[in-house]
Ligand binder design. Structure first.
Ligand code: SAH
Length: 361
């Protein structure tokens, strides 16, 4: 648990629903038959209506509100920097209670609004084209710190109406979600909870660099859309740009994706960042088709977003379209993801904070 105690009180967001019920029983001493109702009331008021002050929860008896004020707080970490891109994308830099920093990004579109959240501070993967990869792993986020990002964004956007402004949530920010599996799972449970943030499984996407031994489990336990950062059609190329491929080969990923698609009955999204002269040839497109033939999927071609000091160049738009057409002609869905928020380093793979791993001693 993160240290966020104020006068020994617990932080609401550090409790999942079962833990909240235990809190009502053990810390508040509420009689058993009222626990579920009171926990649900508090849960709904905070997650659905954005309650910030327990005194405003007038459906609770005054004595209970007083007790809650003593034993629980609904504090969230602070935003320390907010940047708005010319295209409307907003990036928030958040200072966690332990002073580490994490970023999340809101990407508004005509018909939807996507919030991109982080699962770790820093990352262990070191993908050569990714800015986060230049920051060492600082820590796994607690599930509360994953949910905090959503709550902070909702508050900033005043998103408490029936018609949500944040319609979709993607775990595509900093970090590898499957290397922080348990916290991601709990956070997704809270996102999905009908009395909580109430996002359908089809409104949430978890993106992985391909931690093969977690994919089948995630299909059963997390069950959201899955995006796989494939980025190359052969092990040879993939290994050059993604060191994780030394551990999990494309063949393993294909097997796991078959299982995932079978369990969730949904297509997998293959993410493919286009790097000039590295993975964008016609041969690569044809090899990619061979992979796509093996399980239900579509490909999302991603414009490479440069960052200071990187050694790759983006594939030209015309070439991306050619690549996309080859895939479409073979009968598969291929889309090109427009880059958003580049001017504020808020686009895919551009997130990086100054947090450093604390030296032990
Ligand atoms: N670790 C997870 C999620 C984080 S990255 C994963 O690898 O999927 C989200 C997506 O952005 C991934 O597909 C990642 O490969 C891609 N990405 C990373 N750096 C990028 C860059 N500079 N330009 C475009 N996309 C990038």
């Amino acid at each position: 648990m993160t240290k966020s105690t104020v006068n020994q009180s617990k932080n609401f967001f550090e409790l999942n629903f079962d833990q909240l019920k235990i809190f009502f029983k053990e810390d508040i001493g509420l009689e058993q038959k009222k626990i579920s109702m009171r926990a649900t009331q508090l849960w709904q008021s905070i997650y659905k209506k954005g309650l910030k002050n327990i005194n405003d929860l007038s459906t609770l008896p005054k004595e209970l509100r007083d007790e809650l004020n003593r034993f629980i707080n609904i504090k969230k970490p602070q935003i320390i920097k907010k940047q708005k891109s010319d295209d409307g994308t907003i990036k928030w830099l958040i200072k966690l209670f332990d002073n580490n920093e994490v970023e999340c990004v809101f990407i508004p579109e005509k018909t939807r609004g996507t919030l991109c959240i982080s699962s770790q501070v820093g990352c262990t993967l070191n993908c050569r084209f990714c800015h986060t990869g230049t920051q060492r792993l600082v820590k796994n986020l607690n599930f509360s710190e994953i949910i905090d990002q959503v709550m902070i964004a909702k508050e900033e956007l005043n998103d408490w109406q029936e018609q949500k402004k944040i319609t979709n949530i993607v775990l595509m920010g900093m970090g590898e979600p499957f290397y922080n599996y348990d916290n991601v799972k709990t956070a997704v449970d809270i996102l999905k909870n009908k009395d909580g943030l109430n996002y359908g499984t089809k409104k949430i996407t978890v993106s992985t660099a391909g931690i093969a031994d977690k994919i089948a489990l995630a299909a059963k336990e997390i069950g959201t859309y899955l995006a796989l950062s494939l980025h190359a059609p052969t092990d040879e190329i993939r290994e050059l740009i993604m060191p994780i491929n030394k551990k999990f080969k494309i063949k393993d990923l294909i097997e796991q994706c078959k299982t995932y698609a079978k369990i969730t009955k949904e297509k997998i999204t293959l993410e493919y960042v286009m790097l000039r002269g590295i993975n964008d040839s016609e041969i690569c497109a044809k090899l990619l088709i061979k992979i796509m033939a093996q399980f239900p999927c579509k490909v999302n071609l991603i414009e490479f977003n440069p960052w200071p000091g990187v050694n790759y160049l983006p594939t030209e738009r015309k070439e991306m379209e050619k690549f996309s057409e080859i895939i479409q002609k073979a009968g598969y869905i291929s889309t090109i993801r427009r880059s958003r928020g580049q001017d504020i380093l808020g686009a895919c793979g551009q997130l990086r904070t100054e947090s450093l791993r604390k030296k032990i001693n």
